[in-house]
Design a protein around this ligand. Structure first.
Ligand code: F6P
Length: 319
């Protein structure tokens, strides 16, 4: 009987539990033993390991966060930390590992693979900034959560004729901002992948006002600018009242959308199937509408690209 393990690493993302459930149940379907490592690589260092069964992952598909908990672990990047992690895997007879997280988490897996551990990654981050996959687990929920929040903000914006600047997450990526901007009907979207041009924002707001829009929404990706600064700039340049809202971590929590639960299911099954095929150092990915696998080296070498097409369309639709 093969023994595999699963961990979640980096920032939590809604749908990670669906992926854990899928890994555990698929492993069990193929009569493999499956262990969970708590707190990501920190738990690997600390030997924080538990046995998982199909029953133990019941009633988690609808829950946000990760039942295995997670961490961003600097210690694992050191030779001592890595050696402790390997010792834990050896102690439990773990032959293959599924890592649910972002590309930083996959680098940890890649390091383990150099010591003969089979590793497969599942893209899990709200940022959707992992090269090689169209979708990462958590993105869809985060976008929906932000749009729902902005719909509420719009009620106040329209009641008071205010301009709202809303900052969304995304680390260095504008993916959340672009999707949220499209779905929330933003007058202007600022993303890190394009140069910041305050005059462009002003022109967009003025154009919107000219056609009668009195409560425009400006979406700022956290990696593009500080929303407070954008708000201050606008206060000095436009007549309307300006308010700033930073959505922050509410975008990361909450029950996963149907899409993120489905992604978790698909990715988890594929990850275990790849381990059983003897594959290693790959990330499962969505390409078009097809689940596929991408070598870690490609994930590391490529740059995440923003969907600038969305930006152009959002601009057209704003005026
Ligand atoms: O990677 C997910 C993410 O939420 C990013 O969007 C954000 O920049 C970062 O994590 C925030 O990290 P922390 O929760 O450690 O503040």
């Amino acid at each position: 009987m093969k023994t595999f393990a699963v961990l979640t690493s980096g920032g939590d993302a809604p749908g990670m539990n669906a992926a854990i459930r899928s890994v555990v149940r698929t492993a069990s379907f193929y009569e493999c033993r499956i262990l969970g490592i708590r707190h990501g690589y920190q738990g690997m260092i600390d030997d924080d390991v538990l046995e998982l069964t199909p029953g133990s992952v019941g009633d988690i598909i609808q829950r946000g966060g990760t039942v295995l908990q997670t961490a961003r672990c600097e210690a694992f990047k050191t030779p001592v930390g890595l050696a402790k992690g390997i010792a834990t895997l050896q102690k439990h007879g773990i032959e293959g590992l599924v890592v649910i997280g972002g590309d930083g988490s996959f680098r940890g897996a890649y390091a383990l693979a150099q010591y003969g551990i089979q590793v497969i990654g599942i893209p899990g981050t709200i940022d959707n900034d992992i090269p090689g996959t169209d979708e990462s687990i958590g993105f869809d929920t985060a976008v929906n959560t932000a749009v729902e929040a902005i719909d509420r903000i719009r009620d106040t914006a329209s009641s008071h004729d205010r301009t709202y600047v809303v900052e969304v997450m995304g680390h260095r990526s504008g993916a959340i901002a672009l999707s949220v901007g499209m779905a929330a009907g933003a007058a202007s979207i600022l993303i890190p992948e394009e140069p910041q041009d305050p005059d462009r924002v002003l022109a967009q707001l003025n154009k919107a006002r000219e056609r009668g829009k009195k409560h425009p929404i400006v979406i700022v990706a956290e990696g593009a600018a500080c929303a407070m600064d954008v708000g201050e700039f606008l206060r000095n340049h436009i007549a309307s009242e300006v308010r700033v809202t930073v959505l922050g971590h509410i975008q990361r929590g909450g029950s996963p959308s149907a899409r993120d639960r489905i992604l978790g299911g698909l990715y988890g099954t594929e990850a275990v199937r790849l381990l059983l095929e003897g594959m290693t150092n790959h990330m499962v990915a969505m390409c078009g509408a097809r689940v596929t696998a991408v070598p870690f080296t490609e994930v590391f070498d490529r740059q995440h690209e923003a969907n600038l097409f969305y930006h152009r369309i959002a601009d057209i639709l704003a005026v």
